[in-house]
Structures are given as structure tokens and as C-alpha cells.
Design a protein. Structure first.
Length: 396
């Protein structure tokens, strides 16, 4: 067994620092033998694997091993043989980072699952991967989870040392006044909200480097590696995908004009729709449909996946209302379906609840309706069917 892998593992586990406990750690059933953790680039998948190792094994415990498929060793050696060797020497838990870098990775994982009954494999992959649809050999045996960027709750816990818990949407809608009374004596969310919108979603704001530069690099990697490599798209189409992404970003949250976009990037309407889907899979954008419609229908709105991306792409021209709607959609995306309602600033959640995103400072312009929930920004508290928008950042 390659001694170097254990040395690297011990070093990485000892030096890993997960400053905030990710809620996904508690949602996973760790008894399963094959666990896939998907997530977009930059949300902390590597740290998540190492933190699991740190919480459950000592750094020098040979029962657990972290490996990264970027290692050139795997250019000539497969996962199956490596895992066999690991099991032979008493290995129990293999943590595989960037699994898609290995050709035939899904077939190899299937063989490991069938032949090494005492081995648990936890692997990470890109959010662009369609685990079950594209890898039928894993159907029924892999349990797949999504790791997202920091929620506003995780960000506040990180910045203040508090340990606020997540709340369900029902909880927030029905008890937001009570929940605010629990949170507000300990922290003033508005002190942190704008920082979170600007740079709090991706964990690398913790590294003392230029956040925007780092995020731009990550966004380029998402298109160059995650979309091109995983979707097997030829390199010559990369500039078209990047141009499309930039045009969608500049347009702000609205219905895309597919014909114009197809003309601008010199391709067909169908290809534009496919590229839009890939950008959504890479978690660069969110696509919103009217209730009852989905891809490949034309979306009623395309918006950036989270506010951090907005500030990085066009820092000069960021509309407050657009940022708040992007935050709203991104916060609800994990466990809820979000559709476009008929009018601007209105959304339907889970096909039944109508939300409006509104500015508490322009209260006098709004006639409140009993059938709508108002998620209001520029305020820390709410009343009745008017709740503070920031609190939706406590959903996970």
C-alpha cells in the first residue's frame, strides 16, 4: 500500500479546519456503504470529507483514507485495485475526492461495492454529474447528497460563535416573530447580511486572499472543467458558453430572449437551452419556470445562482431588489420548489404559497393581501404575514 497516501491523509486531516459544523454532516446516513456528495466547485467538499475523517478517526488511524483522483498515481491505476489493496491491509472507509477524474469511475465503484462488502466509500463529484441517470450501474446502491455553500445561518454562526439551529419553512412562516425574539438578543443579523450577500456563500472568503479573484477563477473552472469535461463538450464551444453566461448575468433576473441569445453566440435555440441547463447544473444560474412547466420549455426567469456571483460579475450594477430575490430563491432551493408567479417580485413556493419580495422602506406603496407572504428586506423583524427576508437564510 502506498505509504505516501497515508502520510498525505494524516497531514491533511491534522491541518483541516472546518470552522463551522455543516448541517449536511447530520443529514447523511453514514451507515450506507456508497455515499456520493455532489456540490459546485468551491463550496467545501474536500474540507467536508476531511472533517468527517477528523470527527470519526484519529489522523494516523489506518482504517480511514482520503485520496484525490487528481493524484497522478491514478493516471495508471484504477480505484478498484487500489481499494482492494486498502481492504487487504484492514481499510474500512475510503474517501475519494473528485471521483469523475477517473475514467470508468462508476463501473469501478460498482465493482468495489459488489466485491468489498466491509468497505464504505464516500466520494465527491461535481454538481454537473447526473449520478443515477448517467450511471445506471450505481442505481439503487448510491445515496446521493448535495453540499451547498454556507447558508446565512452558517455564516452568522461562523462570524459570531453562536450556534443557531435551522428552522423549517413552516416554522418560519408561522412563528417568525417568536424565532426573531430568540435570535435578536444574541446577534443583529443586519450587521452581517450585506457581507453575506457579497461574499458569504463560498467558504473561501475565509482564506485571506482576494475573494472576487478567487471566485472568478472558480467560475472559470466550473465552465472549463465541470461543464466541458463532464458533459464531454469540445473545447471550441467554451467561449460560447462563457459568453452566454455573461449575457444572462448582465440581463439580471428576467425571462431570457432565446432567439437573441442564439444569434449573439451563433448557435441554435436548442443549443442555447442545453447550455442554460448545463450552467444551472454547474450552479452558476437558477432557472425559474411557471408552475407546471420545466425544461426544455423556455424559463420565465433566469437568475444567478447566488448573490456572491452577482457582485463578482458586475460589481458596478447590482440592483438591491435583484440581489434580494436571488437570495430568496437560493435559500429556498435546497428543499423547496420555486416557481414564477404571474407578476414581478412574486414567486410560488411548493406550488401553493405565494411570496412577494419587498423593501420594508417602501411600505407605503404596498397594499398587503392576506393570501401572500411578504419577505421583506431592510428590516430585522416582521409581523403576521410579513416576515424578515434574512430569516429564510436559516432554512439550512
Amino acid at each position: 500500500m502506498e505509504e505516501a497516501f497515508f502520510r498525505t491523509h494524516a497531514y491533511l486531516v491534522e491541518h483541516t479546519n472546518a470552522p463551522v459544523h455543516r448541517s449536511l454532516m447530520d443529514e447523511i446516513n453514514w451507515n450506507d456503504r456508497l455515499i456520493g456528495i455532489k456540490g459546485s466547485r468551491g463550496v467545501g467538499k474536500t474540507t467536508f470529507l476531511l472533517e468527517y475523517a477528523k470527527e470519526n478517526f484519529s489522523p494516523t488511524d489506518r482504517h480511514c483514507l482520503y485520496i484525490n483522483m487528481n493524484n497522478f498515481y491514478f493516471g495508471g491505476n484504477g480505484i478498484y485495485d487500489f481499494a482492494g489493496d486498502f481492504v487487504k491491509h484492514g481499510g474500512k472507509v475510503l474517501l475519494i475526492d473528485q471521483v469523475f477524474k477517473q475514467p470508468d469511475w462508476s463501473k469501478e465503484l460498482r465493482r468495489c461495492y459488489d466485491d468489498y462488502k466491509d468497505l464504505k466509500i464516500v466520494f465527491t463529484g461535481s454538481s454537473v454529474m447526473r449520478l443515477k441517470e448517467e450511471n445506471p450501474e450505481l442505481n439503487g446502491i448510491v445515496k446521493s447528497y448535495n453540499l451547498r455553500g454556507f447558508s446565512f445561518r452558517e455564516y452568522i454562526n461562523l462570524q459570531t460563535g453562536n450556534n443557531f439551529r435551522p428552522y423549517s419553512l413552516d416554522d418560519i412562516i408561522n412563528n417568525h416573530e417568536h424565532i426573531c425574539r430568540e435570535i435578536l438578543p444574541n446577534v443583529s443579523p443586519m450587521q452581517y447580511f450585506h457581507d453575506y450577500l457579497h461574499h458569504g456563500f463560498y467558504p473561501f472568503f475565509l482564506e485571506h486572499r482576494n475573494f472576487s479573484e478567487n471566485l472568478l477563477k472558480t467560475m472559470n473552472m466550473m465552465t472549463e472543467v465541470d461543464i466541458l469535461l463532464i458533459k464531454q463538450i469540445e473545447l471550441k464551444y467554451l467561449t460560447k458558453i462563457k459568453k452566454l453566461f455573461y449575457e444572462l448575468a448582465l440581463d439580471g433576473p428576467k425571462a431570457p430572449n432565446i432567439s437573441n441569445l442564439a444569434h449573439d453566440i451563433e448557435t441554435s435555440r436548442a443549443t442555447v437551452m442545453n447550455y442554460i441547463k448545463y450552467l444551472a447544473d454547474a450552479r452558476l444560474i437558477n432557472i425559474i419556470y411557471p408552475v407546471g412547466q420545466q425544461f426544455p420549455k423556455k424559463p420565465s426567469k433566469v437568475m444567478l445562482h447566488n448573490p456572491n456571483l452577482m457582485y463578482t460579475i458586475y460589481p458596478i450594477k447590482v440592483e438591491e431588489q435583484d440581489v434580494m430575490e436571488t437570495f430568496f430563491v437560493n435559500s429556498l432551493w435546497k428543499d423547496h420548489q420555486v416557481n414564477q408567479a404571474g407578476k414581478d417580485h412574486y414567486y410560488i413556493v411548493d406550488e401553493k404559497r405565494k411570496f412577494r419580495i419587498s423593501d420594508a422602506h417602501s411600505e407605503h406603496k404596498i397594499r398587503y393581501n392576506a393570501d401572500t407572504i411578504y419577505a421583506r428586506y431592510n428590516t430585522e423583524v416582521g409581523k403576521d404575514n410579513r416576515l424578515p427576508l434574512w430569516l429564510l437564510g436559516f432554512l439550512y
